[in-house]
Ligand binder design. Structure first.
Ligand SMILES: [Zn+2]
Ligand SMILES: [Zn+2]
Length: 104
């Protein structure tokens, strides 16, 4: 299977919903707690912890250089590094057969 080999296509509603589910789940990772607090803080809301520095999604998830996908028997090049468990994941396995989620 190749990167971007989605049966429905990237513009299909199911694929778009999978992308949204994957993205929201990634931002729930503890590593993004300070980033989200900073957004509230900069918007003028009172937050318990004053955030000065945080890691961005780019620094956490997109520091991937020619890594192989961590999923079994996958030969694709990784697209992102999972913010929850630092696994390298290709574009296909981010979304197929269902979104790569960490919902309990
Ligand atoms: Zn993961
Ligand atoms: Zn893969």
């Amino acid at each position: 299977m190749k990167d971007g080999d989605f049966p429905e296509g990237l513009s299909d509603l199911r694929t778009i919903l999978r992308i949204l589910a994957f993205t929201c789940d990634q931002f729930k990772a503890p590593v993004f707690e300070h980033m989200l607090l900073y957004a509230w803080q900069r918007s003028g809301y009172s937050v318990d912890l004053q955030v000065v520095h945080f890691k961005s999604a780019n620094e956490v998830m997109f520091v991937v250089f020619n890594q192989d996908c961590s999923m079994s028997e996958c030969e694709n090049v990784a697209f992102v590094q999972c913010a929850h468990y630092a696994k390298f994941i290709c574009c296909f396995h981010c979304l197929q057969p269902s979104p790569h989620l960490h919902i309990e």
